[in-house]
Design a protein around this ligand. Structure first.
Ligand code: NAP
Length: 293
């Protein structure tokens, strides 16, 4: 029997725990976690993500600010806003929704967020701390994957984890989290990318496969071994005339064929996706509680 790893249920458990800890933080120390989100331009998907983040803040009893700026906003104004939030004691987490308009330097923006408020875990200081195994904010999506593995009691120690994808947001931090000499990690990690001559050579060796490819159903069950644990980070909308809206969401793994081989698998939607916001909320709580810096 293939276990379906229910990220939606796990994310709800995480959120319930944060809500409880937030009540204690407010009652005990008078601190309300605060998250500030800067949304630039009119990217439809970004608006959806930002609304979900604001809703999560409301549910958990966080203070939250969503500031929207037109795509024509100057880089100077963006950096000044971030600096104002860096100095604002009500704000414990700052998030600048990506992607940014071309005239704004993404690296410069990410560097301006104070590392102690960098709840997305994109500042080089947090990246370095993650690599060194020091307390840090890990990027939310790979941190969510680690939480799914831990809470589903999936052994990672000594297992061969194959991560397909090496983006700064998912693949690289994912690999770094998996190989740390730490409880619920300690895996042997291979990272694949487009220069691999034959991806299947690697995926067939995986005890744990993490797909962060950005290509719909790129990994087929034929290229997986029996008993593999499949974590599908991909979210892709594809045309499907049979679907009510004419489209549907699929992952980076071909779910049906992979399910025949896997001992456990995350569905899309309802797998890794819901964990990302839950981990953002957890990072913001940890910042407010002073657990990291
Ligand atoms: P990305 O920046 O496009 O990176 C994709 C990576 O996959 C790159 O490293 C690329 O290699 C590699 N790749 C692409 N095609 C490949 C192939 N045929 N064989 C081997 N490697 C290949 O994407 P991302 O931001 O990491 O996102 C990955 C997926 O996760 C997307 O579907 C995205 O929608 C999803 N996502 C989900 C969440 C969530 O909340 N669940 C969050 C973020 C992203 P090169 O480096 O060589 O180009």
């Amino acid at each position: 029997m293939t276990q379906i790893l229910d990220g939606k249920a796990i994310a709800q458990d995480v959120r319930n725990e944060i809500a409880e800890k937030t009540r204690e933080l407010k009652a005990g120390r008078g601190i309300q976690p605060g998250l500030a989100v800067l949304l630039i331009g009119d990217n439809a998907a970004s608006h959806v993500y930002v609304r979900s983040k604001a809703k999560a803040c409301e549910e958990l009893g966080f203070y939250s600010i969503v500031l929207e700026k037109p795509a024509t906003v100057s880089e100077k104004e963006v950096l000044e806003q971030i600096q104002a939030w860096n100095a604002d004691p009500r704000i414990h987490g700052i998030l600048v929704q990506l992607p940014l308009p071309a005239h704004i330097d993404e690296q410069c923006v990410l560097l301006t967020v104070h590392p102690a408020k960098d709840v997305d875990g994109f500042h080089p200081e947090n990246v370095g701390r993650l690599v060194a195994g020091l307390p840090c904010y890990a990027p939310c999506t790979p941190a969510g994957v680690m939480e799914i593995l831990k809470r589903s009691h999936i052994e990672t120690k000594g297992k061969h984890a194959v991560v397909v994808g090496r983006s700064n947001i998912v693949g690289k931090p994912m690999a770094n989290l998996l190989y740390q000499k730490a409880p619920n990690a300690n895996a042997i990690v291979t990272i694949c990318h487009t220069a691999a001559p034959d991806i299947a050579y690697y995926t067939r060796q995986a005890d744990i496969l993490v797909a962060a490819v950005g290509v719909p159903e790129a990994i087929h069950g034929d290229n997986l071994k029996d008993g593999v644990v499949v974590i599908d980070v991909g979210i892709n909308r594809i045309d499907d005339p049979a679907a009510p809206k004419g489209t549907r969401l699929v992952g980076d793994v071909h779910f049906e064929s992979a399910s025949e081989k896997a001992s456990a698998i995350t569905p899309v939607p309802g797998g890794v996706g819901p964990m990302t916001i839950a981990m953002l909320m957890l990072n913001t709580y940890r910042s407010a509680a002073g657990e990291v810096y």
